[in-house]
Structures are given as structure tokens and as C-alpha cells.
Design a protein around this ligand. Structure first.
Ligand SMILES: O=C(O)CCC(=O)C(=O)O
Ligand SMILES: [Mn+2]
Length: 209
């Protein structure tokens, strides 16, 4: 696969309180990003686990693949996942993400949303294995999806409104200092007819789960 050297424009600074986030809409060349999506759909070992919802086991509304340096397990929805070894294409992507975000990562959670019914609920990536101030870099491929952020704090007793951002094909969102500490995020379901999307969140695990 060709390595894209498309000069990415941006970034756009998100207007958040006590948190830093930046968004590069055209991080990857579009054609390369479609090829990468096809590769990740065909070649990665995904799993779909059952989680408890209202006391019943239900399948998670997406497929996942955990890839990391050897020995870095993740605890995810109460399950321990052992990493699959680095895929060479994902390693190239990791290096590009590291160069543009000026940070290093040793793991990535790959989420595969088959269509608009697949989703991820409100959460923060604040597991203790990520340390006190996680920096997470999120690359999106395929269908454009709405991503929502809401503050954990209220102003004068009024809960601040959630903000949303369209995560576009080939984009990069950097969730920097404060985002996991002060905000929650989600990728809501949608009734719109949407195609497949893959999101990769690059993380730096300080210890293994
Ligand atoms: O799919 C997305 O854009 C969000 C993924 C996410 O929040 C996560 O992997 O923790
Ligand atoms: Mn997350």
C-alpha cells in the first residue's frame, strides 16, 4: 500500500473548557484512507463480546480489535483483551500520527462500526493503565459519523450542553490534556443509512491491565 504524503491542513482547535483537542479534517489522503479501510476490514481479527445491559447479556454494538506492544492487555467492558501483534500498515499510520501529534503511542483500539446501528455509548478513556492525563489520537475511516462531547461539570447548577463534531473520512482528532478528565464522549447510533466506518484510537498504556 502506498504511503500518503498529503500535507495535512489544519488543525482546528476545539473550543473546550479545561481541555485541549485538535482536529485535522484531511489528515490522510482520501484514496489511501479507503484502501486502509478495506485492508482493516479484511485482515484484522475482530471480536464482538457480550456485555450486560439492564441485567441481560447483549452483543456489543460494534466489533473491536486490540493491537499493542506485547504484554499490554486492556480491560474493556469487564473483559481482559490480550493484544494482537502490530499490523505493518497500522504501524505506518501510528508513526504518522506520532509525527503530527508530537506524542508516542504503544497501542490502538480498532473499532469497526458496520453501519449506523453500531455505536459507542458515553464514556471517558480514563483507565488507570493510561495514567493521569491520557492523550488519545483518533483516526476515522469510511462513513462520516457524529461524535459528541459533554463536560462532567455544571455551571451554576446547569449542565453544559453536549457539543458535537463530524468525524470525517481520513480525519484525525487529538484528545489532549484534560479531555478524559473533564469530558465524556460518545458515538451515537443513527437512523441514517450509513456505510462502514473504522476508528482507531492510539493510546499510550503505562502499565498492562
Ligand atoms: O469511534 C469513535 O470515534 C470513538 C471511539 C472511542 O471513543 C474509543 O475507542 O474509546
Ligand atoms: Mn473513547
Amino acid at each position: 500500500m502506498m504511503i500518503p504524503f498529503d500535507e495535512p491542513s489544519g488543525p482546528i482547535k476545539l473550543n473546550l473548557t479545561s481541555a485541549e483537542a485538535r482536529y485535522w479534517p484531511h489528515f490522510l489522503d482520501s484514496k489511501y484512507a479507503w484502501q486502509l479501510l478495506e485492508h482493516l476490514i479484511a485482515k484484522m481479527p475482530y471480536r464482538q463480546d457480550k456485555i450486560m445491559m439492564f441485567g441481560r447479556p447483549v452483543l456489543q454494538p460494534r466489533l473491536v480489535c486490540w493491537m499493542a506492544d506485547p504484554g499490554f492487555n486492556i480491560k474493556y467492558s469487564g473483559l481482559i483483551m490480550v493484544p494482537t501483534p502490530w499490523d505493518p500498515e497500522v504501524l505506518v499510520l501510528k508513526q504518522q500520527v506520532e509525527a503530527i501529534t508530537k506524542a508516542t503511542y504503544n497501542s490502538v483500539l480498532i473499532n469497526y462500526y458496520r453501519d449506523g446501528h453500531d455505536s459507542m455509548g458515553w464514556h471517558a478513556d480514563n483507565e488507570k493503565e493510561l495514567g493521569l492525563n491520557p492523550i488519545i489520537a483518533s483516526v476515522s475511516l469510511g462513513a462520516n459519523r457524529k461524535f459528541c462531547l459533554k463536560s462532567n461539570h455544571s455551571t451554576k447548577g446547569i449542565q453544559t450542553q453536549a457539543t458535537s463534531l463530524l468525524l470525517e473520512h481520513g480525519s484525525l482528532l487529538l484528545m489532549g490534556l484534560g479531555v478524559q478528565n473533564h469530558y465524556k464522549h460518545q458515538l451515537p447510533k443513527t437512523a441514517k443509512t450509513l456505510g462502514t466506518r473504522i476508528n482507531l484510537t492510539f493510546r499510550k498504556m503505562l502499565t498492562s491491565a
